[in-house]
Write a protein that binds this ligand. Structure first.
Ligand code: CP
Length: 320
């Protein structure tokens, strides 16, 4: 990697090269070690970041707030329903103003066909970098934490069998941004990726095309199946998670017919003997996954969630 990442937007990992992502993960591990050893990391002293949330969050908000504090800076948490955005103030004006008050803006906006556009519009006008805290298309903060978690466990990710599996949930309609980010990112690390879902819950065609291109370029594979058990069979990493139907082709798909798309001990028994279970959280326990799996020995969901702190700190440290 050449040059600094200061000022670089963190909206999608499609704009970050593998060497930039590798560097980001390397810095994350350094910050993780220092966190464990209580070594102060005052790399962003007196820097301010604005955290705009159009939706709820536990992990993302708190990894960013705790993270910037641990780096010596300050976060302003902004519930957008209390901002003039709710009276129609534009992304452009919000981006210009906030960027003149601080050093970066991070935003979660998952509204379909709005969120990513909103972030890009702010980025066009902001004098400071924009970070994506999840939009309708991407969740890069989750993507890098997931990659770090997989690398910590398996070291070499080449030929690792990773299955991204749709799972039934009743909690709320979840964006496609987590599986979409994973589908694009993991083939770039040579993984053998399987995307499994009931028909009607597909990811956009361009995502599948790009995931296949990435697999070809980096020595991985990318395949789709509608057979859930096939996705579990022999997998080293399983990531069963709900996502909603985004497609105008299937707007009212009745997902209750897919209740059996649940991560159970029975399907986990099909996986590799050293397999791990991952989930970005929050999980819909009892629907997406049985308690005995998410609380069981193969689950690394809490390590995955913790890594959100270390990777968020790395993103802020490198770009602010
Ligand atoms: N995984 C994740 O983004 O969690 P939150 O919605 O709690 O931020």
């Amino acid at each position: 990697m050449n040059g600094t990442l200061k000022g670089k937007e963190f909206i999608t990992l499609r704009d970050w090269s593998n060497s930039e992502i590798d560097f980001l993960l390397d810095v994350s591990l350094d910050l993780k070690r220092k966190f464990y050893m209580d070594i102060p990391t005052p790399y962003l002293t007196n820097k301010t970041i604005f955290l705009m949330f159009f939706e709820q969050s536990t992990r993302t908000r708190n990894s960013m707030e705790a993270g910037i504090a641990q780096l010596g800076g300050h976060a302003n948490y902004l519930d957008t329903s209390t901002m003039q955005i709710s009276h129609g103030e534009s992304a452009k004006d919000t981006g210009i103003i906030l960027s003149s008050f601080g050093h970066g803006i991070a935003c979660r906006n998952c509204f379909w066909e709005i969120g990513n556009q909103y972030l890009n519009e702010m980025a066009e006008h902001s004098k400071r970098p924009i970070m994506n805290l999840q939009c309708d298309l991407y969740h890069p903060m989750q993507g890098v934490a997931d990659l770090l978690t997989i690398q910590e466990r398996f070291k070499d990710t080449k030929k690792l069998k990773v299955s991204i599996i749709w799972a039934y949930a009743t909690s709320h309609k979840k964006p496609i941004s987590v599986p979409l980010t994973q589908a694009l990112l993991f083939p770039r690390y040579g993984m053998e990726v399987t995307l499994a879902y009931p028909e009607g819950l597909e990811l956009p065609d361009w995502v599948v095309a790009e995931a296949k291109e990435n697999a070809l370029k980096y020595g991985g594979t990318f395949q789709i199946t509608h057979d859930m058990e096939q996705a579990y069979r022999g997998a080293h990493v399983v990531i069963p998670k709900n996502w909603g139907s985004w497609s105008s082709k299937t707007p009212d798909i009745d997902i209750h017919q897919f209740k059996d798309w649940k991560c159970t001990e029975k399907v986990m028994s099909l996986t590799d003997k050293d397999s791990i279970y991952m989930h970005a959280l929050p999980a819909d326990r009892g629907n997406e996954v049985e308690d005995s799996v998410i609380d069981g020995p193969r689950s690394i969901v809490y390590q995955e969630a913790e890594n959100r702190l270390h990777t968020a700190k790395s993103v802020m440290m490198l770009t602010l």
